[in-house]
Ligand binder design. Structure first.
Ligand code: PLP
Length: 362
């Protein structure tokens, strides 16, 4: 590893592609002859306008986003969206949520402040270790939208196929799987994600929303910042945006385009995750916590037979140069997050390390 860097399996903020970090380093003191760093620049400058325009254009190209969808760069991370979604999209005051883990649970709690929330399916009974069958849900006619978290970062489950919304608008939190595979945007009314998992620095959410869902007739007390219309009308620059995060995300979009786009990313991600899951499936010490069909390609929680042994493994891997493998407290054990920027060699090296531990502790 260059620069004395470690293999960082953090769930977020997470490891970044090294070529992107190097480019940023090279542009730090003087961005392309502008005489300043991007973080010193007016967001109203021509130079920054070009940065944000290119970021949006590259994202549109990567995801093949139809023209009737807006791309918005909004601060407050994914968490602010938990409130913005019901504030903006609840017209009849009713929404269906699917509870599949910690992040959908948080979204549900927030949405309940704004209207009626129907939890039409949940996997709480088995500590969110699977995706419930959502092929024939009971969805009231006047439901404003159906909400899912498409990849649960903490519990490590992902939707193998989207729910049958019976014609209702689908809203998806893609934070931890953003750009990890091709995505048919028109299947959704809105897709959003905090970028610090799979793309860039923390503090920015990207919202991709169908234009007809952007409303004006909201509760008059709705903060202006929390209306999608504000951001759509102002090209994400009603106020000072998170310029730095937008700049870095733009670089990652170009990096993904150069790698061959999302089809190629999916192949890489499947291959990379397979290295780890194949290891888990043959191990006598480590067990994955998620039902096989619903395993995430990005976040892999796993456990040993005891908390004490888990702790030993974490200390062992840390000493060997692998960081941030401690599982979230709600699942326990360990978790390896293997986003875009984690090279396959990193996963292979971790597997070797775990195999060695297992052999030494038979
Ligand atoms: C991390 C995460 C969030 C919260 O993101 P913030 O930017 O910290 O608000 C929401 N949803 C999912 C799926 C996440 O992984």
């Amino acid at each position: 590893m260059k620069y004395g860097r470690t293999y960082n399996f953090s769930a977020g903020p997470a490891t970044m592609p090294e070529p992107v970090l190097e480019e940023i380093r090279d542009e730090m003191m003087n961005y392309r002859g502008s005489g300043m760093c991007v973080m010193e620049m007016s967001h109203r400058s021509k130079v920054f306008q070009q940065i944000i325009d290119e970021a949006e254009a590259d994202l549109r190209e990567l995801m093949n986003i139809p023209d009737n969808y807006k791309v918005l760069f909004i601060q407050g991370g994914a968490t602010l969206q938990f409130a913005m979604i019901p504030m903006n999209l609840m017209k009849n005051g009713k929404a269906v949520y699917i509870e599949t883990g910690a992040w959908s649970k948080k979204a549900i709690a927030e949405a309940k402040k704004y209207g009626e929330v129907i939890v039409a399916a949940s996997s709480k009974d088995k500590n969110y270790s699977y995706i419930p069958d959502c092929s024939d849900l009971d969805i009231p006619e006047d439901t404003d939208y159906v909400y899912i978290c498409e990849n649960e970062t903490i519990h490590g489950v992902t939707w193998p196929k989207l729910p049958n919304t019976k014609g209702h608008v689908l809203v998806s939190d893609q934070s931890s799987m953003f750009l990890s595979k091709p995505c048919n945007v028109s299947d959704y009314g809105m897709i959003y994600g905090g970028v610090q998992k799979n793309i860039g620095p923390a503090g920015l959410a990207i919202v991709i929303i169908r234009e007809d869902l952007i409303r004006e007739d909201l509760d008059p007390k709705t903060p202006i910042y929390m209306m999608y219309k504000t951001h759509a009308d102002a090209g994400s620059m009603y106020n000072t945006p998170n310029c730095w995060a937008i700049y870095v995300c733009g670089k990652v979009f170009k990096y993904l385009k150069n790698l061959g786009g999302l089809g190629e990313m999916e192949k890489i991600n499947i291959e990379k995750a397979k290295v780890f899951y194949d290891f888990l499936d043959q191990s006598r010490m480590f067990v994955g916590t998620v039902r096989k069909e619903d395993r995430s390609l990005m976040n892999i929680p796993f456990v040993t037979e005891s908390k004490e042994l888990d702790a030993e493994v974490i200390a062992y891997t840390k000493a060997a140069g692998f960081e941030n493998l401690k599982g979230h407290k709600s699942v326990g054990g360990l978790r390896a997050s293997i986003y875009h920027a984690m090279p396959k060699e990193g996963v292979e090296a971790l597997v070797e390390c775990l195999k060695k531990f297992e052999a030494e502790h038979k």
